[in-house]
Design a binder for this molecule. Structure first.
Ligand code: DGY
Length: 335
């Protein structure tokens, strides 16, 4: 059943669950404005614990490790605002929230450049075999300079293929242009001519991007359409010298197919920040020397994570005050 908008209950004391450890600034921002139930732990709450702790509360500040689905929302009918500390919100069943009159918010913008930096680090790191080189050296295997020791693939002047030309895709495109790259992109929504000109990028069909890019980088949200956007067929369509980078969401890539492609030399290397079943990593991927793997750290700088936490606090407070939160993802809920 659809819930009443919060503005009809101005005198109710609002309380908010913060589901997991956050930067202190977020708690300070909430203090005195709402009652806070803070799970100051790096352990996520289980579904049952979330249900219990959210009972009677009007707001939740949650993280991408929290699954917010229809049964949970039904069990906590007082909840009006779910504020996710992430730009992605595939951990939340947004249509179910909208149906129930629950506002959902995210933290876009503040992490754009930090995430683009990490994507570019993976482009450089996978292309120049940095992880492999470091393991080689630490294992005491460096016995002398060789003409073909750990040779990789040039980034400067190469062709960069970007799937998803939103904020982060554009920030990666700018970095690519800084490296004198030709930048191709594919997105269901093509940018205007002016925007393409300003960014120095070319729109291309999916097959063209796959066939021409030396580096393919993924910056799309996880949806039914983008799940396994890159599978065995797409990997076969890429150049054998190409590199795949994923900082979006793990399920955008068919991980088993990628591991097979890396082992068979169908593509040269991959740089991955996200995985299909986090925190589990496909054992075949772990065995691939040509995979540079990092644990979902694309937005992980102190300044950015602090900003994300404060933004999530601002979003929940606005929603509970009956205002339109600055980063609402389901604005139709207020209609
Ligand atoms: C996000 O914001 O969606 C990232 O995956 C975590 O910063």
């Amino acid at each position: 059943m659809r819930r009443e908008p919060v503005r009809e209950y101005p005198t109710v004391l609002r309380s908010v669950l913060v589901s997991k450890h956050v930067y202190r600034e977020a708690i300070d921002h909430l203090a005195g404005r709402v009652a806070v139930d803070y799970n100051d732990s790096d352990e996520s709450l289980s579904g049952a614990q979330l249900r219990a702790r959210l009972g009677g509360k009007q707001g939740a500040i949650c993280q991408l490790t929290d699954r917010i689905d229809a049964p949970l929302l039904d069990a906590v009918p007082d909840v009006r605002v779910v504020s996710n500390i992430a730009v992605g919100f595939d951990n939340i069943d947004v249509p179910a929230a909208t149906e129930r009159g629950v506002i959902v918010t995210n933290t876009p913008g503040v992490l754009t450049d930090t995430t683009a930096d990490l994507a570019f680090a993976l482009i450089l790191g996978a292309g120049r075999r940095i992880g492999e080189s470091e393991r080689y050296l630490r294992a005491g295997r460096y016995t002398g300079w060789r003409i073909d020791l750990l040779t990789g693939w040039d980034v400067w002047g190469a062709t960069l293929g970007i799937f998803g030309m939103g904020r982060i895709g554009q920030a990666v495109a700018r970095r690519g242009r800084g490296f004198n790259m030709r930048v191709l992109y594919h997105d269901p929504f093509r940018l205007s001519d002016d925007a393409e000109r300003e960014l120095g990028i070319e729109f291309a069909k999916k097959e063209e991007v796959l066939a021409q890019a030396d580096f393919v980088t993924l910056h799309c949200a996880l949806t039914a359409e983008t799940r396994h956007l890159v599978g065995a067929a797409e990997l076969r369509a890429m150049k054998p010298t190409s590199v795949l980078v994923n900082t979006s969401r793990g399920p955008v890539v068919d991980e088993a197919a990628l591991a097979d492609a890396l082992q068979a030399g169908t593509i040269a290397a991959a740089g991955l920040d996200v995985f299909e079943r986090e925190p589990k990593i496909h054992p075949k991927l772990l065995a691939c020397e040509n995979a540079l793997l990092v644990p979902h750290i694309a937005s992980a700088t102190v300044a950015t994570r602090r900003r994300m936490c404060v933004m999530a606090a601002e979003n929940v407070l606005a929603g509970l005050a009956g205002e339109r939160p600055p980063n609402i993802v389901n604005p139709e809920v207020l209609d």
